[in-house]
Design a protein around this ligand. Structure first.
Ligand SMILES: C[S@@+](CC[C@H](N)C(=O)[O-])C[C@H]1O[C@@H](n2cnc3c(N)ncnc32)[C@H](O)[C@@H]1O
Length: 273
């Protein structure tokens, strides 16, 4: 079992090399209604004036949140490199962007009306401590809204990629495998309730959406290969995986050259009592 420290060391090293990979991949994904998962999360905290982005990465969600007037925005992340990119966004010139851990938030009690986390809460260890910290910095009645990865949607390119990845990784030495990340309870409604309830949150509102990442095969490869699991793989292994993926999705490519690819995402919201 990986320690929280080793999980965080892995995440920091990965994002030092790939500081904007999540926003690049998922920023172009669209749900059935045409919104990105970032926009969907923004809508969950509409009307909240003081908003914290937990695991803000390169600041794409904060930029979306900044479209609402008169907001006080803050972001916290482990990665100095991702935060450096967030600081370059003109819309975030007034935001407080801090390098730090969600388990020890560098903010005073009652600082926020909402806390949002896009593809970040599910990666965090010591999750009870994270829940307690979020409850501490939120005002009573404040909202926690999160998007969590929900895996592949059957029959599409991402599902096939995961099959290939699994058989590749099984044969690799431990040094080329990533540590287990986060706490699995964040990936189900009941599990998240069991974490958030004791910290003072109401029952979780839970919705599963499908995000369309279809495109030309190269675009879809860029999307699926942005996963953490590829971080420790050597160049030759990644190249073999890429070739196998291109061959694997040939039969599902449309005559127009489009490869269908979708991922499931869970959108969860809870209110501090
Ligand atoms: C998959 S990325 C998502 C980045 C951004 N929210 C987005 O969706 O574009 C996960 C981010 O969470 C951050 N993170 C993970 N665990 C964290 C923790 N315990 N405290 C603060 N940030 C954390 C990582 O450094 C990384 O930037």
């Amino acid at each position: 079992m990986a320690t929280t420290a080793s999980q965080e060391a892995f995440l920091q090293a990965f994002h030092a090399e790939h500081p904007s990979v999540t926003a690049e991949v998922f920023g172009r994904g669209r749900a059935l209604d045409g919104r990105s998962s970032y926009e969907i999360l923004c809508d969950r905290v509409a009307g909240s004036r003081r908003v914290l982005d937990l695991g803000c990465g390169d600041g794409l969600l904060l930029e979306c949140l900044a479209r609402e007037d008169d907001r006080q925005l803050a972001g916290v992340d482990l990665s100095a490199e991702s935060l450096a990119l967030a600081r370059r966004r003109p819309a975030l010139s007034g935001a407080r962007l801090e390098q730090g851990r969600a388990q020890e938030l560098p903010f005073a009690d009652d600082s926020f009306d909402a806390c949002a986390a896009h593809l970040a809460l599910m990666l965090m260890g010591e999750i009870e401590q994270v829940a307690a910290e979020v409850a501490r910095v939120l005002s009573p009645g404040g909202v926690l809204a999160c998007v969590m990865g929900g895996g592949a949607v059957g029959g599409e390119a991402y599902a096939r990629f995961l099959g290939l990845l699994r058989s590749t990784v099984t044969n690799l030495p431990a040094a080329q495998r990533i540590p287990a990340l986060g706490d699995g309870r964040t990936r189900s409604r009941d599990g998240l309730d069991s974490v958030l309830g004791p910290a003072g949150f109401s029952a979780v509102d839970w919705e599963t959406i499908h995000l369309d990442l279809s495109g030309r095969v190269g675009q879809v490869w860029t999307a699926v290969s942005g996963m953490y699991d590829l971080g420790p793989l050597d160049r030759a292994t990644v190249e073999r995986l890429r070739e196998a993926f291109f061959a694997e999705v040939m039969d599902m490519t449309t005559p127009g050259g489009r490869v269908p690819c979708a991922v499931a995402m869970h959108v969860a919201t809870a209110r501090l009592r």
